[in-house]
Unconditional design. Structure first.
Length: 274
């Protein structure tokens, strides 16, 4: 009988301990500090982001949610594709294209009312590991038989910039004859290069981070290149204007730029690219 009482008492103590621990966990979880959110606004933000910024923006979204208790949902695609979606739906909170030309278009259409600048997109020539075609410069892309894959100029910022770089150097028509495919996003372009589908591509340098075992990089001299600034802005039809601005400022803050640097980006401003 005594043993049974001891067993029952031990069970009750164990249950009480579990309840206390659970209550404490709930208390401390509920007491986890979040920065105040503007009153009357949703706890969700919709962000249109160029596909080339996926890695840093995913991480920044997590940090923002931890700090403010706001969920950040992303729509990743080519910059021009996103602009078309914004114009069609006129919904969402933030637009982050891969180059300022797209946010300028958005401003002209009355879609963006606040802007910050975050980092640079630096185009490079990417080739499969080992550089089997022996590409050393832009002019090598004109050689007969060289297979080139570029981004779609109608969808992605990297495709439009690649065209402009080739035009700037007077080799667009010759290289165009060597293009075997166009991709809708820079991420698809990276995959194509890693798989060896093409002998060469023109890609954002930061998009090649962690592909060192599958790709090689050929830098484009500054005088031949076109460096682009990555902007971010709030959308005029956002229903969460204060929080959208807070997110834009967070991305452009020292903390946000630290994340971009971690993922291989050069942050704005930098005298080398001004």
């Amino acid at each position: 009988m005594e043993k049974r009482n001891i067993l029952v008492l031990g069970t009750l103590i164990a249950i009480a301990a579990i309840v206390c621990v659970s209550a404490a966990a709930f208390y401390f979880a509920s007491e986890t500090p979040h920065a105040p959110m503007p009153s009357g606004e949703s706890k969700t933000l919709m962000v249109y982001s160029g596909a080339g910024m996926l890695k840093p923006m995913d991480e920044i979204g997590t940090l923002f949610e931890q700090k403010y208790g706001v969920t950040v949902n992303y729509n990743y695609a080519g910059s021009n594709t996103l602009l078309s979606q914004i114009e069609l739906t006129q919904q969402g909170d933030v637009y982050m294209p891969g180059a300022t030309m797209y946010i300028e278009k958005a401003k002209e259409k009355g879609f963006v009312d606040y802007e910050q600048r975050v980092a640079y997109h630096i185009p490079v020539i990417a080739v499969p590991e080992g550089n089997p075609a022996g590409i050393t410069s832009l002019n090598d892309l004109t050689k007969p038989g060289v297979k080139v894959v570029l981004g779609d100029a109608k969808a992605a910022a990297c495709g439009k910039i690649a065209n402009k770089i080739l035009e700037k150097n007077g080799i667009f028509d010759v290289v165009d004859a060597n293009i075997i495919a166009r991709t809708a996003t820079v991420n698809e372009l990276v995959v194509s290069t890693c798989m060896g589908t093409a002998d060469a591509s023109i890609i954002w340098k930061a998009s090649l981070v962690r592909t060192e075992k599958k790709t090689d990089i050929i830098e484009i001299p500054k005088e031949q290149n076109i460096i682009k600034v990555i902007p971010i802005g709030t959308l005029t039809f956002s229903e969460n204007k204060d929080m959208a601005k807070q997110f834009v400022d967070f991305v452009a803050s020292d903390k946000g730029k630290e994340v971009f640097e971690k993922h291989g980006f050069t942050t704005y401003p930098n005298p080398k690219y001004e």
